[in-house]
Design a protein around this ligand. Structure first.
Ligand SMILES: *Cc1c(COP(=O)(O)O)cnc(C)c1O
Length: 377
């Protein structure tokens, strides 16, 4: 059997950035300011510049970024937080940890992004029932592409809801010529190693245009501290990014724009060569994708599972994001009001993610395409 293609190739990426990475890590080892060292401040400035945001506050993970953003708005018991059913578990976990209730919204069948029309129905239903107070919307930019931000902003304003962008999968994507990071009241992203911009451990960041929110985020990530270190103003958490991870991210950020172009080239090759055989992802209008995930749709679950097995036998790894929508997860099903979420359920049975990363060679792309075409015929 041929050597399998790597689904993600962090070793090849490391070889490309080796010299800069080593220099930056050595600098941290020299100064020994492991927490909130100069790399953290430098990274925050660079990330803010990259996405055109006024403030960037780095944090310990994407999940903690979501949590700090919701803690800053005092979201908790009795509050409804609207979010897509077809996303990673962290999006729904955070409101629950804070005592709030996630309200699941269906997604668009072709872009996989939260469906604004269904969001409106869900908000109206919660208002009519009068048990929970609508407080926030989490728009997830799924798989690298942006959610429908103009529609989400409009709905959030109409109902006076806090709008949070879960950008964990899509840092580096853009909408209407603007990098993602400034669409909502606050934006949370993740630097988990497999995300488009990944650290060598956990990491995340918050972006906001609001000076007050940025101050709150800095306080919350360090135990709710005030102007001085041993003044505790509020209940916070230990949610900082460390200097080692910031050093890694600075080395990776230097090559990130060219990596985004490489991902886009691979996505185009897949679109062109696979578009007649399987359903390829629909591009959101006027956007660019960070291509965290390139997901195709097969006609049904049996065909999806057959295709996945055939690709595996050809040395082409795939992944299923997500095999279960969140309202069907044991941890969350008790929270769900029973509303139908047919698109999320359908996608879970038919979706399949192909390898996409900047170190995939032309030969790898050929192999993926040939294997998909053979399996689909
Ligand atoms: C990865 C991810 C998160 C969580 O990020 P971590 O850094 O792993 O905590 C949150 N939301 C979405 C949509 C994700 O894909």
């Amino acid at each position: 059997m041929k050597q399998p293609i790597p689904f993600l190739d962090l070793k090849a990426q490391q070889a490309r950035i080796a010299a800069d990475l080593r220099r930056r890590l050595d600098t941290v080892l020299e100064h020994c300011q492991f927490i909130l060292g100069p790399e953290v401040r430098e990274l925050e400035a660079e990330l803010a510049k990259f996405c055109g945001a006024k403030h960037c506050v780095s944090v310990s993970s994407g999940t903690d970024a979501l949590q700090i953003a919701m803690m800053a708005e005092d979201i908790g018991r009795g509050d409804a937080v609207f979010l897509p059913a077809f996303t990673y578990t962290a999006t729904a976990e955070v409101p629950l940890v804070l005592g709030a209730t996630p309200v699941f919204v269906d997604v668009d069948p072709r872009t996989f992004q939260i469906d604004p029309a269904h969001l409106l129905q869900r908000i109206e239903k919660v208002r009519a029932e009068g048990k929970l107070k609508p407080r926030a919307i989490v728009g997830v930019d799924l798989f690298g592409q942006p959610a429908d931000w103009p529609a989400l902003v409009d709905i959030a304003r109409r109902y006076d809801l806090f709008l949070l962008d879960d950008l964990a999968q899509s840092f580096g994507g853009s909408l209407h010529g603007k990098m993602l990071g400034t669409q909502a009241d606050a934006t949370a992203t993740s630097f988990f190693p497999s995300k488009p911009l990944g650290a060598y451990g956990d990491g995340g960041a918050l972006f906001t245009e609001s000076d007050d929110r940025a101050d709150l985020y800095r306080s919350l990530r360090t135990h709710g501290e005030g102007k001085t270190r041993y003044e505790v103003l509020r209940t916070g958490m230990n949610g900082r990014l460390d200097s080692m991870q910031a050093a890694v991210l600075l080395a990776k950020l230097a090559v990130f724009p060219e990596e985004l172009l490489a991902r886009e080239r691979i996505a185009r090759a897949y679109d062109q060569r696979l578009g007649n055989a399987v359903v390829t992802p629909k591009r959101v209008d006027n956007s660019t994708s960070a291509w965290a995930i390139y997901a195709i749709l097969l006609p049904n679950e049996a065909a999806r599972d057959r295709t996945q097995a055939a690709l595996k036998a050809d040395g082409v790894p795939t992944a299923i994001y997500y095999p279960r929508p969140l309202h069907r997860q044991p941890a969350y099903s008790g929270q769900h009001d029973g509303s139908a979420l047919p698109v999320s359920e359908d996608l879970a049975g038919r979706i399949l993610a192909l390898p996409i990363h900047p170190d995939l060679t032309d030969q790898d792309v050929d192999r993926v395409c040939e294997a998909v075409l053979a399996a689909a015929s």
